[in-house]
Design a protein around this ligand. Sequence first.
Ligand code: NAD
Length: 215
Amino acid sequence: MKVLITGTSQGIGKATAELFIEKGHKVVGIDRQEAAVVNENYTHLQCDVRGELPEVSDVEILINNAGTQNEDDIEINLKALIRVTEKYAMQKSIKSVLSVGSASGHTGSEFPEYCASKGGVIAYTKNVALRVAQFGATCNSLDPGGVFTPLNDCVVNDPALWQDIMDQTPLKRWATSEEIASWAYFLTVENRFCTGQSIVVDGGESINSKFVWPE
Ligand SMILES: NC(=O)c1ccc[n+]([C@@H]2O[C@H](COP(=O)([O-])OP(=O)(O)OC[C@H]3O[C@@H](n4cnc5c(N)ncnc54)[C@H](O)[C@@H]3O)[C@@H](O)[C@H]2O)c1
């Protein structure tokens, strides 16, 4: 299938592009950085998703992954994601749309504009699901908790902060980019009936609420 993924030059987007190529798909990647994936089945389009978007026809799977934290979050994580989706997904070849949101869109923790941008992704996912259903396509969001990517080096490399995070995470670990990529593959290729949903993959961090009751 023809797969368009944003944010493929590092982290989750790079791992997702590599997994789809390994599974025999053709991947077009959009990123403001240079290509990090080199493969005959990979085409890199270097641009900022806030600017003019390149022409890519007949996209079958769209994965909105490009995102930032504390840098124009609503413009990049939400408004550009909407522009990308409206341009590439609203056509009859589309089979599935997936947006990488965040568990913080559900919990409200993390930075204010970041949370708001990811909360917007949850609502927009349902809106798109209703509109792409006419093409037989699904639309969901994949909302990770902590993932080992360069975005998080500042807490992963600080032993005290890392311990604090692990104390709040029932499964006592974070996900790798490859693990999130496999969820992206499942939700866009294997899944054909779940749509309009936001799937939290966070090791239980967002459900970690203390029950208070007399002994
Ligand atoms: N890492 C985590 O813990 C985590 C948790 C929850 C959600 N997410 C989400 O997953 C997605 C990927 O995050 P990541 O951790 O792999 O981040 P990352 O910073 O490692 O990679 C993001 C990629 O997007 C590209 N990008 C950013 N802004 C862009 C723009 N304006 N135009 C074009 N390309 C742009 C970057 O160049 C980079 O290659 C993001 O939407 C992020 O919010 C990450």
